[in-house]
Write a protein that binds this ligand. Structure first.
Ligand code: NCD
Length: 326
């Protein structure tokens, strides 16, 4: 028998509900309206200013985030920690679940119900699709999906979009290519869905066995959005404004010989960058494992480390919003 789900926290005064995110879980990008996105990006910009001017603030003083990571992470986990701490909050980091009661066989609902006794918000990364939604079902406090298997990675997609906006000054009218493992890469699943709010052309570049899943292609076309699919990066790169490169997700392959066949399929190096537009950008959620040559880092079009920093601002905005302080 599964335990009963609990209702989320009680309604809040109207002055705190205007962002519409107070007390809400963040599980999928599909929950966001365009207005939500504009709001999140506006607050993210304010967070950037705050960090640049003061380093930190006390907006979330007294609040605690539980960071529950069942899968490896460098950027997502540490940017949630940095975001919380820069806003004056504190963090319970559970990163090596092998050292927690999860390794004793504790269920996800029990772990979540324990953490909500201590924390005001929970960020969770888990190898199974839908795990964040399960956690949210049992938690009274807001749950933020920090990656659920091959499902979604909504906070990454928000920071990706924020980066495009910051770098290019707009999103509408851009031609955006996603390259690499579009089958297992959750970041591109979320990003493609989120881009449905904008007037963009999407190009999905992958080897045949790593194509974007059908259900996502269907969602993309639902709003009349156009997309192209190809396996040819050489032909694509000259005509895009954003090149979003991804890692082949080795850990998701059942057959490792298939991974070996496709792992080095695309490599963005100085040579291929000569074909790209002067004002395009290269993005990557990181970690990279050979898809982008290190020499490309010196190219001003390489935006991936600026993208990393933007992640902190966006997560500051999201934490403040769900905790009713934005
Ligand atoms: C990505 C992830 O975990 O989905 N990394 C990240 O969160 N920045 C991408 C990846 O692991 O390839």
């Amino acid at each position: 028998m599964t335990p009963e789900a609990k209702p989320k926290g009680s309604p809040v005064p109207s002055d705190k509900t205007n962002n519409g995110l107070y007390g809400r879980d963040i599980l999928s990008v599909n929950q966001f309206s365009k207005q939500d996105l504009e709001y999140i990006f506006k607050v993210s910009k304010e967070m950037r200013t705050l960090v640049e001017r003061f380093g930190s603030a006390d907006l979330l003083q007294g609040k605690i985030l539980a960071n529950l990571f069942y899968e490896p992470s460098t950027r997502t986990s540490s940017s949630f920690i940095a975001a919380m701490e820069r806003l004056g909050g504190k963090v319970i980091p559970i990163h090596g679940v092998k050292y927690s009661s999860v390794s004793k066989g504790e269920s996800l609902p029990d772990t979540v119900r324990t953490l909500e006794a201590y924390a005001d918000v929970i960020a969770i990364r888990h190898p199974e699709v839908g795990s964040a939604a399960i956690a949210a079902h049992y938690a009274k406090v807001p749950v933020i999906n920090a990656g659920d298997g091959v499902g979604e990675h909504p906070t990454q997609a928000l920071l990706d979009l924020f980066t495009i906006l910051e770098e290019m000054g707009r999103i509408d009218g851009l031609r955006i290519a996603m390259v690499g493992d579009l089958k297992y890469g959750r970041t591109v699943h979320s990003l493609a869905r989120l881009l449905r709010h904008y007037d963009v052309e999407m190009v999905f570049v992958s080897p045949d066995i790593l194509r974007m899943p059908k259900h996502i292609l269907e969602e993309v076309t639902e709003r009349g959005q156009k997309y192209e699919e190809t396996d040819n990066l050489q032909d694509t790169i000259s005509n895009v404004d954003v090149l979003y490169v991804t890692r082949v997700q080795k850990e998701r392959f059942e057959d490792l010989s298939e991974y070996e066949r496709v792992k080095g399929f695309y490599i963005v190096d100085d040579e291929i960058m000569k074909k790209a537009k002067k004002d395009m950008i290269v993005m990557h959620p990181l970690p990279r494992v050979g898809e982008i040559a290190y020499t490309v880092d010196n190219d001003p079009r390489a935006a991936y480390f600026r993208q990393v920093r933007n992640g902190m601002f966006v997560r500051m905005a999201l934490l403040a919003a769900v905790l009713g302080k934005a």
